[in-house]
Ligand binder design. Sequence first.
Ligand code: SAJ
Length: 427
Amino acid sequence: MSSIKSIAIIGLGYVGLPIALLASKKGFNVIGIDTDIKKIKSLASNKSYIGDVADDEIIHTKASFTTDATKVSEVDAVIICVPTPVSAEKIPDLGPVRGAVSAIAPHIKKETLVVVESTINPGVCDEVVIPLLEKLSGKKVGIDVYLAHCPERINPGDPKWNVSNINRVVGANSKLELDMAVELYKKIIDAEIKPMGTIKEAEAVKIVENSFRNINIAFVNELAMSFHKLGINLENVIDGAATKPFAFIPHHPGCGVGGHCIPVDPYYLIEYAHNHGFEHEFLRLASNINESMPRFTVDLLIEALNEVGLPLKDTKVTLLGMSYKANVGDGRESPAHVIRDLLVEAETNLTIYDPYTPEDSTTNSLNEALAGATAVVIATGHDEFKNITPSLLKKNGNLVLIDGRNILRSQKEAFKNNSIIYTGIGI
Ligand code: SAJ
């Protein structure tokens, strides 16, 4: 089993690139493969395009990078790290997974171990990956080639948890395949590698852990809408509940849930269970609540502008933050995009500033963004926005601040004392 000396990583995004560099650092011969020539060119010029990966790691890696998927014929293991998005109608899109399997299947040699890291629902390995792999490779999975699932657990922007120290689970359909995959990951990752009973259990782990987060965020978001009417400060209540040393995990209300994982993954289970006769009403309701938060945030803005007798239309509004998460530059599924679209639809005179996504911004500094705005909406909790003070807003003539991430909640009274209408989410 310790015959694995070389690995191909398919998909060099925020999941694939870190594991390619780490496996190379651990002594494997690594070939990173991506269909996006821009990525390959960037790596060839020692430039990282992933926030958590420094250029230095690219400069010093022994891994090679190519768009040529036929190179998998040279390796002992292939790790698939391609996206698993959903459509606008929230239907799972296994296109990238099918594409990756189709690209490698004709070229993998006998006894290659294929590992899928992409987040997939139970059933995808057995019902999609294996049939396609066998059809296009002419090899029998479990006999001629091997398959396992080891769901990725990357947390972008996290200074503590990274690809090398986050525990993983692994599932496969046979002991041989399971042992191969566990042994491989134990050589790459310095954390617990937990073998699961079946491949479906491994597929279910990732969906369950991210659905857990999604429903807990939905719980506090629903509380935020309720407590807004009841005049109770939810963040203070959460801080109070968090003094309980067990059985309570604090989550925080906000203008919505974005990213490639949390708002997306539950739909993979919802759809699969629906196709098998079960309706995940609770999971669907939680997603609906989270997806209603951008509208709720704009309604708070309308409420605040009414207090100063202004409509949304033609009012100068500054939207701060387009990324889905603080201190990262990633707009995927970002609720800030929904807020922007709602404000554009309302014909607001809109300024946008996100230091991490200049491509989304209409100005390139916080001061410029604030200048002359009647209202300011914070949609992402970037550290730079934590420097906003009542005097800064007053100096810029800003009358309203909607804090979509409650990052300035400690200054709520100070804003009020400076005649600035401050509204957070549930506070
Ligand atoms: N959010 C809230 N309230 C919260 C926590 C998050 O509104 O209490 C929002 C964020 O603003 C963001 C979205 O939810 O828009 C997702 O936030 P996230 O912190 O979960 O960040 P992600 O999407 O990068 O989630 C990743 C996930 N990792 C993987 O899927 C492998 C997730 O499982 C982790 O729990 C999460 O990192 C983490 O712990 O930060």
